[in-house]
Each structure stands twice: as structure tokens, then as C-alpha cells.
Write a protein that binds this ligand. Structure first.
Ligand SMILES: NC(=O)c1ccc[n+]([C@@H]2O[C@H](COP(=O)([O-])OP(=O)(O)OC[C@H]3O[C@@H](n4cnc5c(N)ncnc54)[C@H](O)[C@@H]3O)[C@@H](O)[C@H]2O)c1
Length: 383
């Protein structure tokens, strides 16, 4: 079967690499000459590195490259069984593209979008046969991150879902099925990791280094929130938060932070600009205040908010319990699934922390999910 990838940028190149590595004939299309040349160069470099590291053989590298047709002519996608779109995040442009794709492929071809923030229903609405449109959301870098969120829209048929999922499973990815709602699982449930950490900083409870230390050292997270925001880029991370916030009709739980907005406005984007929460031109980064009592307080507050998000996503049937836990461990490397973690520390303790915060601040931001309240009442656990 032939797989086409539209948009040869960061995500498109990675997705094309995965499909070709799994033996598929691939058409990697981009509307711009420069992008095609870059993609070809980038993919060759990546595969060369894999050969150097002895992850693949030279022969395998040549085979993978030979399977990919780098194209500037959209007609080359004809005959595809699956098309994955990974172009610029713009609804109008995506809709026009989906309508063009539909005219070239046959009836049974699945047309998928890798969008992070647009609704699959709105993209699918551009197609006459929207029942074969679905979201297939990879994480960056696509060849390395195991998680893929599969997002059926209201128009998508069960058959499309089944076939799309089976295909991505066969590529060795961990798939989770999620409702077509803002942020899907990962970009929704992870918001407090950044937002609550920023709030703790804004209240003067601790500095960036101390908050990062607490989450890593006591919480077991691979990276602290400020390190991670600097790595992702404050522009990108802020935009995701703002999009989730507006998409949820300004639910206070997702309210963006002025601290991060000012960082972005100042051009302190993180590692890519040399400075974010940390100044990477300095030889030594600031040291944390390694006060374990303070660290535990910080971790508790962020973790309770994360668990609240995960519980609320389950409450609203966004995805299954297993999918929500898998998404956070396989998509963003959390040390444990949040619902399993809640069982471990006691749901009553999580609820108490949220109720205390809500009482103290009087903000809707801290409202506990009804699911947590019901579970405590009924003395239930997630697993
Ligand atoms: N970068 C990430 O971390 C990430 C993660 C998951 C999902 N996504 C989503 O994947 C999509 C692509 O993101 P990206 O980071 O790879 O972007 P990118 O800017 O790196 O690449 C986009 C590519 O699309 C091409 N393009 C733009 N308009 C086009 C058109 N009309 N027809 C054909 N090609 C066109 C551009 O030339 C470019 O090569 C977006 O929807 C984004 O939300 C991104």
C-alpha cells in the first residue's frame, strides 16, 4: 500500500521516515521547492547517523530512501491507501488541501491530519466523504516518540478508525483513541505541569531552579517544567496553552501566564534563542534551594492539578483510563500514569489538596473533578 505525507517539515519528514522504514512506498509532498530539498537532506543525514550508530545497515538506508518519492506535484499521491497531512496549522489552508486530496485519491483512502489544535470535524467538513477523515497525531520527534493519538471526528466511521489504528499499531507505535476535543489527551492533561509551576513561581513560593528540582528529584519527572518550556520554546508552549484556553471557552483551569507571555514577547524563547527562564550563555545555571519540605509542597500542588485534569478527562469520556495513563507516559515521558499515581497516593489526599487550594484562593481553577469527589464518597480507586 502507498502512504502519502503532505508537508515535508519537522513532522512530515519524521512520519515519512516511519512509513518507509515499515516497508511502505511513500510520497512526501510539499508545495515549496526549498522544503523538498531540505527534507531530502535532513532525512539522508538522519539515516546516515542511524547507520553510524549501527541501528540500521547501509543497505537498509538505501532501501528506505528509495521508497520515498519527494514530490512537488500533488497528483503523485494518486493510488494512496493512507494520506497524512502535516502542513501549516491553519484551518482554511488545511480545508482547501483536504478537498484537493479527495479529488485525487480513491474512495477507500483514509485521509488523516496531524493537527495539534484544530478540530478534526472542521477539517473533515471540507470533504464530500468525511467519514474517511481522522486525526493521527504524532509527537515530536515522530520516529522516537512511541505515542500516537488517534482522533475520530463525529463524521468518522468505525471502519476508518479500526483501519487507521491497525495501520499505526503495525508501525510499532502505541496508539490511544481520543475524542475530538481541544488538546486531545496530552496537550490537555499536561497543561498544569507548566501552568501551576508558573503560578507557584509568580506567588514567590520558589524560583525556577527549585521548582524544576522538586519535580525531578522528588517527583521523578525527566525534566522540570521550566527546563522543558525552554526546550519546547516559550512561543510554542504559550501558543498551545492559549489555544487550549480559548477552545475551552476561557475555562480558568487553562488560563495562560503573564510570566510566560512576557518571556515570549521579549524573545526569551528558551534554548533556541539562548535564553528563556535560564540564561544558557552562563557557565553555571542557578542552583535550587534543595529544601525537601518545600519541594514536596511544590510537587503535591502540581501533581494534584495534573491528576485533576486526568480524572476530568476520564469523567468526560475523552479517553479510557488506560489511554490517559499511556498517553502521559509514552507521549511526554511521565514517570507514572497519573490515574495509577492517584491510586498510589490516595484519591482522598488529592481531593483534599484541591479543596484546600480552592478554599484558599476562591478560584475556579482549583475546582476538583466530580469524578474525584464521587470516588472518594464511594471509596473507589481507578484500578
Ligand atoms: N512540531 C511539533 O512538535 C508538532 C507535533 C505534533 C503535531 N504537529 C502538527 O503538525 C503539523 C505540521 O507541523 P510542523 O511542525 O511539521 O510544521 P513545519 O512548519 O515544520 O512544516 C510544515 C510544512 O508544510 C509545508 N506547507 C505549508 N503549507 C503547505 C501547503 N498548502 N501544501 C503543502 N505543503 C505546505 C511547508 O512548506 C513546511 O515544509 C501542524 O498541523 C502541527 O500542528 C506539530
Amino acid at each position: 500500500m502507498k502512504v502519502s505525507v503532505i508537508g515535508a517539515g519537522t513532522m512530515g519528514v519524521g512520519i515519512a521516515q516511519i512509513a518507509a522504514t515499515n516497508g511502505y512506498e511513500v510520497c512526501l509532498f510539499d508545495a515549496f521547492d526549498g522544503a523538498i530539498k531540505n527534507a531530502q537532506q535532513q532525512l539522508t543525514n538522519i539515516l546516515n547517523r542511524l547507520v553510524e550508530k549501527e541501528k540500521i545497515t547501509e543497505t537498509k538506508k538505501i532501501e528506505i530512501l528509495a521508497r520515498i518519492n519527494f514530490s512537488k506535484d500533488l497528483k503523485d499521491i494518486k493510488g494512496s491507501g493512507l494520506v497524512i497531512e502535516a502542513i501549516i496549522e491553519d484551518l482554511k489552508i488545511k480545508q482547501k488541501l483536504f478537498s484537493d486530496i479527495e479529488k485525487l485519491v480513491d474512495e477507500n483512502c483514509i485521509i488523516a491530519s496531524n493537527t495539534s489544535s484544530l478540530s478534526i470535524a472542521s477539517i473533515g467538513s471540507a470533504c464530500k466523504k468525511a467519514e474517511r477523515v481522522i486525526g493521527i497525531h504524532f509527537f515530536n520527534p515522530a520516529p522516537l516518540m512511541p505515542l500516537v493519538e488517534i482522533i475520530p471526528a463525529v463524521q468518522t466511521t468505525e471502519e476508518t478508525l479500526k483501519n487507521a489504528k491497525a495501520m499505526i499499531d503495525s508501525w510499532g507505535k502505541v496508539t490511544v483513541v481520543v475524542k475530538d476535543t481541544p488538546g486531545f489527551i496530552v496537550n490537555r492533561v499536561a497543561r498544569p505541569f507548566y501552568g501551576e509551576s508558573l503560578r507557584i513561581y509568580e506567588e514567590g513560593i520558589a524560583d525556577f531552579a527549585t521548582i524544576d528540582w522538586a519535580l525531578k528529584e522528588i517527583g521523578g519527572f525527566k525534566m522540570g517544567p521550566f527546563e522543558l518550556m525552554d526546550y519546547i520554546g516559550n512561543d510554542i508552549n504559550y501558543t498551545v496553552t492559549e489555544t487550549v484556553f480559548t477552545s475551552f471557552y476561557f475555562d480558568q483551569r487553562y488560563k495562560p501566564s503573564f510570566t510566560q507571555k512576557r518571556m515570549m514577547e521579549a524573545g526569551f524563547l528558551g534554548r533556541k534563542s539562548g535564553r528563556g527562564y535560564y540564561d544558557y550563555s552562563l557557565e553555571n545555571l542557578p542552583k535550587a534551594n534543595e529544601d525537601r519540605e518545600l519541594g514536596k509542597k511544590i510537587l503535591w500542588r502540581v501533581l494534584s492539578m495534573l491528576i485533576n485534569e486526568a480524572a476530568d478527562a476520564l469523567f468526560l469520556k475523552i479517553a479510557s483510563r488506560e489511554a490517559i495513563d499511556l498517553a502521559m507516559t509514552k507521549g511526554v515521558n511521565y514517570p507514572k500514569g497519573l490515574l495509577a499515581w492517584a491510586d498510589e497516593i490516595g484519591i482522598n489526599n488529592v481531593l483534599k489538596q484541591l479543596e484546600d487550594l480552592q478554599k484558599e484562593y476562591g478560584e475556579d481553577r482549583y475546582r476538583p473533578s466530580p469524578l474525584l469527589k464521587n470516588m472518594v464518597k464511594e471509596n473507589k480507586t481507578f484500578y
